[in-house]
Design a protein around this ligand. Structure first.
Ligand code: APR
Length: 250
């Protein structure tokens, strides 16, 4: 059943620890297509599994690297939208806010959120294939012509620091996401279809630990079925309304 902003404000009264779980939908209004939507134009002919798996990368490193360069270009030119900014504003309204995101675009940080757990890594960070040398940025390879470039430390090829199909999520980040879900008193879920694990299990974990779950999404997806409140609409519209209503009430 559709709830109203007023219902959400009432439910959030007195909450001290808030967790926010986000997915591709929150970045849509910044013009960033979802993973599958990114397979358009020139790229439509390629299998997403080939573009986002270690095996695919090893089979055709040059092609996969060019695909990530294309996606990185999109991310670099994107700006946080009203939804990202409203999520950052929540830090002024709740003593503790942890953002757990499946997005690799870094836009929550760009909007000003200070505690962000990037479950699927970041397209702004690079590491060598062995994983021993990390935290590079693309600028570090500006003087290399080779694609993909080589690690200055060990000579291995460089890959984006994102979680590919078949790979484990960063352990400490995942652990912190579980803890945030278990400790929060309320979880705001925005723009995720709730089908990709383990992120999809976090709202259920929060519910079982006694937290209230509010889902913001234009579609009634998986999460909406089990959430305590469903706010139907775009993140960029609903979240600023929620923040304004919370501010008015304090
Ligand atoms: N505001 C809020 N939600 C939106 C908006 C919007 N403006 N537009 C679309 N949505 C919702 C859709 O209705 C859908 O429920 O965002 C969700 C996007 O779902 P997915 O594309 O499945 O994205 P996500 O849940 O983040 O997928 C998880 O899967 O492809 C992999 O690694 C990739 O991180 C991604 C993961």
């Amino acid at each position: 059943m559709n709830a109203t902003i007023r219902d959400a404000v009432r439910w959030l009264a007195g909450v001290k620890r808030l967790a926010v779980l986000t997915g591709a939908g929150v970045s849509k209004e910044s013009g960033i297509p979802t993973f599958r939507e990114a397979q358009d134009g020139l790229w439509a002919q390629y299998d997403p599994m080939e573009m986002a798996s270690k095996d695919g990368f090893l089979r055709n490193p040059e092609l996969v690297w060019s695909w990530y360069e294309h996606r990185f270009g999109m991310v670099l030119s994107a700006q946080p939208n009203a939804g990202h900014r409203a999520i950052a504003d929540l830090e002024q309204l709740f003593p503790s806010v942890t953002v757990v995101t499946q997005n690799i675009d870094g836009l929550h940080m760009a909007a000003g959120s200070t505690h962000v757990l990037e479950l699927h890594g970041s397209i702004r960070r690079y590491k060598c294939l062995s994983g021993r040398h990390t935290d590079y940025s693309l600028a570090d390879f500006a003087d290399q012509d080779e694609k993909p470039p080589r690690c200055p430390e060990c000579g291995e090829i460089i890959r984006p620091d994102v979680v590919w199909f078949g790979e484990y999520l960063p352990e400490s980040t995942l652990q912190q996401a579980y803890e945030a879900s278990l400790r929060c008193e309320a979880m705001l879920v925005v723009g995720t279809s709730g089908v990709v694990q383990p992120a999809a299990s976090l709202p259920r974990l929060a519910t079982r630990a006694g937290a209230m779950v509010i889902d913001v999404n234009p579609e009634e997806d998986e999460i909406a079925m089990t959430a305590d409140l469903f706010l139907k609409g775009r993140g960029g519209k609903v979240l600023p309304q929620l923040v304004a209503a919370l501010r008015a009430q304090r």
